[in-house]
Design a protein around this ligand. Structure first.
Ligand code: ADP
Ligand code: ADP
Ligand code: MG
Length: 471
């Protein structure tokens, strides 16, 4: 059994992993850049070590991180999400140095991190993929030829892309010509690879992803799906589990497809298989070989602690659940509270949190690393808090979301919280039928005026009058 884990990450996910360690009697080691000296993950871990002055270099240096794991007597390393979580070299160095990497093998990370390679593996396994190029496209001429064959609109995508970056929809030959050099330069800068490929653009799809867990004994299960169709610029804002727009048959089909996909590549540990759904068709999009930001909502509907399972799997234990024992109950929503100003084109709003009150009450969870007095550094992601709500029915979950967002106080920076309240009041969203174009087709939802919830005031007055009248 693993006894001590180096957490090669920061912020809320590092805190999340510390919590799992604490509950399992495992020692946790945090790392921090100078900018993170006062971060919560540093305070909460059993030990914390500086990884240098630079805000990013230390978090991105696989060899130095594995050295630190060895020096501090760790027997495992958890990469979290982002940073080096999908870096095959980190998994390799861990293996060389006798540190258990909490994730799949380097080979699987490499294979699934290359989106064209992943597509080929999936097609071979009989998992339906979006129509597209067989591999990377060598140059613009080939891209234009392939786009004619596939049919516009097409998506030009970075082969090693992630985080919604390096993706461009092209509706015509002209647009593809313009986008081609841009996506290549973006991919080179962000992912260190100039490789790109084309996929048919699925118009107005739903983003549905399945959570899987696989142990080293060949047991692979799915934990149902998450609906991540509420996105802005291909980045997720609100995630929902289970999807309110699937039939039980579709749910079972997608879960089985995800298990098939994982088994086909010999997957071990937790992973997510992402699909697009449109017109009754399901298409494999990509696999994320790590814990995801939105794993929380799956935990809420299934009661399974995904980070704990990750650590158990890496310890060589069998999955603690069998497929037939995994059930889902109610609905969970996760709101990514970003330090951004929705009224100002989602401009980042870094700075000092002058006041923070966590929302509470039944069915409410917050995963965050902020606290009153904490200054959000400008070097990292703008997501500063994940608010998760759970309730038995879809309507209750929506109302609980509104209430919890109203309970919460994050002051000193602008956040996306009031924007999410507008989404929660929107009849189309409430109907449970939406696709990835929802955010773009509702620009009016960013034009809210900041005031306390008037409906609550109205309810309070009506209640007082009713009480007075003896009703
Ligand atoms: P990333 O690795 O950045 O997460 P994905 O391949 O998962 O990239 O795509 C991110 C988002 O972009 C998807 O959730 C979806 O909204 C959109 N997208 C990607 N591929 C397509 C496609 N072929 N057709 C339509 N939308 C797509
Ligand atoms: P320092 O030594 O840097 O002053 P403290 O432990 O006093 O660190 O905490 C600084 C801030 O972090 C305080 O505002 C405190 O409320 C917050 N904090 C510390 N530990 C926790 C915790 N476990 N949960 C939430 N906030 C915390
Ligand atoms: Mg994705």
């Amino acid at each position: 059994m693993i006894k001590k884990i180096l957490i090669a990450n920061r912020g809320e996910i590092a805190v999340r992993i510390v919590r799992a360690c604490a509950e399992m009697g495992i020692r946790s080691v945090a790392i921090y850049s100078e900018a993170d000296r006062h971060a919560l993950h540093v305070k909460r871990a059993d030990e914390a070590h500086s990884i240098g002055e630079d805000p990013l270099a230390g978090y991105l240096n696989p060899r130095a991180l594995v050295n630190l794991a060895v020096e501090t007597g760790c027997d495992a390393l958890h990469p979290g999400y982002g940073f080096l979580s999908e870096n095959a070299e980190l998994a390799e160095i861990c293996a060389e140095r006798g540190i258990k990497f909490i994730g799949p093998s380097a080979e699987v990370i490499r294979r699934m991190g290359d989106k064209t390679e992943a597509r080929r593996s999936m097609m071979a396994a009989g998992v339906p993929c979006t129509p597209g190029t067989e591999g990377n496209v060598a140059d613009l001429a080939e891209a234009l030829r392939e786009a004619e064959r596939i049919g516009y609109p097409v998506m030009l995508k970075a082969t090693s892309g992630g985080g919604g970056r390096g993706i461009r929809r092209c509706n015509s030959r002209d647009e593809l010509e313009q986008a081609f050099p841009r996506v290549i330069s973006e991919a080179t800068k962000a992912f260190g690879s100039a490789e790109v490929f084309l996929e048919k653009c699925i118009v107005n799809p739903k983003h549905i992803e399945a959570q899987i867990l696989a142990d080293s004994f060949g047991n692979t299960v799915h934990l149902f799906e998450r609906d991540c169709s509420i996105q802005r610029r291909n980045q997720k804002l609100i995630e929902i589990a289970p999807s309110p727009q699937l039939t039980p048959e579709q749910r079972a089909y997608i879960g089985d497809l995800a298990v098939r996909a994982a088994k086909a590549v010999g997957y071990e540990n937790a992973g997510t298989v992402e699909f697009l759904l449109a017109d009754g068709e399901v298409y494999f999009m990509e696999m994320n070989t790590r814990v995801q930001v939105e794993h929380t909502i799956t935990e809420e509907i299934t009661g399974i602690d995904i980070v704990r399972e990750q650590i158990r799997i890496a310890s060589g234990l069998e999955l603690s659940v069998k497929q037939e024992d995994i059930i889902h109950r109610g609905f969970a929503l996760q709101f990514r509270i970003n330090a951004e100003d929705p009224k100002n084109n989602f401009l980042p709003s870094f700075g000092k949190i002058t006041r923070y009150y966590a929302p509470g009450g039944p069915g409410v969870r917050t995963d965050t690393a902020i606290y009153t007095g904490y200054t959000i550094p400008p070097y990292y992601d703008s997501m500063c808090l994940k608010l998760i709500v759970w309730a038995l029915t879809w309507e209750e979950a929506l109302d609980r979301g509104l209430r919890a967002l109203d309970d919460m106080r994050v002051q000193g920076v602008r956040t996306t919280a009031p924007y999410y309240q507008e989404i929660l009041r929107n009849p189309e969203f409430r109907s449970g039928q939406f696709n990835t174009s929802f955010v773009e087709s509702h620009p009016e939802l960013t034009q809210y005026s900041i005031k306390r919830n008037p409906s609550h005031l109205a309810i309070a007055i009506a209640t007082a009058i009713a009480a007075h009248a003896g009703l």
